[in-house]
Design a protein. Structure first.
Length: 314
């Protein structure tokens, strides 16, 4: 396919509709976000043979069309919504409608050409749902505990009952996640591998298995950038701004933070790395972020080589 025949597609997803734009084409067409509409879209895309199809996450409404496009062998990528909005602002696209959003996505696909990612298997989707639900329950427990200190005594008993119920459900969900992983030899093997690293427990392992299927399939720079633990420069002229990490997969980053806290105490390699950074004058938060990145890189290499943690290497 020569450059004149390249096609880049953007799809703006809503609960009911899919607005589809092809870069450098004035037309935008709409199909329903249901089986019949998606089937029609796939037929059109197969005829077009696009180089890339880009969508952004919309609260789960994109999952069906992404899965169907991928199963049809079409090159589809889901891109972080902030990247799309930043791109739109940079190109002067301030107005926002479904059709305009589809055109921005198509333009982004043509200009940036984001890397294709591995499609999650059905099991990975199920585990992701369980881990996501666990995080939701944890958030609800925190909210109810905070609320308890702001209500009258007559309502505290009701909140206590709800907190107890949430805590019981959380334990049940932890068991469901453990049983789910143990039920598959492949999952169990990878879970054992991840948990062989001091500092990595069941929650971290389950989150990585369900929410980071790319683990072991990318290089160290790519996996760090994907999760959002790679420092981003903030320099202008002679001014050097502070490096910061942001974007990426917040759920994965949050469990890595907890794992790094544990690892800097119980993992000899991470502990020495953390202490060396502190001696060099790094702030504790900066040093801990570096530990998150180092831990992720170690796990990525272990999964790629299918090798368990070796204590003597620490």
């Amino acid at each position: 396919m020569n450059k004149a025949e390249e096609h880049f597609v953007g799809i703006d997803v809503s609960k009911a509709w899919l607005d589809v734009a092809v870069h450098d084409s004035p037309e935008v067409f709409r199909v329903s976000n249901a089986d019949d509409g998606i089937a029609s879209l796939i037929e059109s895309m197969k005829k077009l043979e696009p180089n890339l199809i880009v969508l952004e996450p919309t609260g789960g409404f994109e999952m069906l069309v992404v899965a169907e496009l991928s199963l049809a062998g079409l090159p589809v990528v889901v891109v972080n919504a902030k990247r799309i909005r930043d791109f739109a602002k940079a190109t002067g696209q301030i107005a926002k409608t479904d059709k305009l959003d589809a055109k921005v996505l198509a333009h982004f696909a043509a200009a940036i050409r984001p890397v294709l990612r591995t499609l999650k298997s059905e099991e990975e989707e199920q585990l992701t749902a369980l881990v996501t639900r666990r995080k939701q329950l944890l958030d609800m427990v925190t909210v109810e505990k905070n609320r308890r200190g702001t209500v009258r005594a007559t309502l505290q008993a009701d909140l206590d009952l709800h907190i107890q119920w949430l805590s019981r459900r959380l334990k049940e969900l932890d068991q469901e996640i453990a049983d789910f992983i143990k039920g598959s030899p492949a999952w169990k093997e990878k879970d054992d591998l991840l948990q062989s690293v001091p500092g990595v427990g069941p929650v971290t392992s389950a989150t990585l298995l369900g929410m980071l299927p790319e683990l072991g399939k990318l290089n160290r720079q790519q996996i760090a950038a994907l999760v959002g633990v790679a420092p981003v420069n903030k320099d202008s002229g002679k001014k050097q701004g502070r490096r910061r990490v942001y974007g990426g997969r917040a759920e994965v980053r949050s469990v890595l933070f907890m794992a790094a806290l544990a690892a800097k105490k119980f993992n000899p390699l991470i502990r020495k790395f953390y202490e060396r950074l502190i001696k060099q004058g790094k702030e504790k938060k900066v040093a801990l972020t570096a530990c998150m990145r180092k831990l992720l890189v170690i796990l990525n290499a272990m999964v790629r080589s299918n090798q368990h943690w070796l204590p003597q290497s620490a």
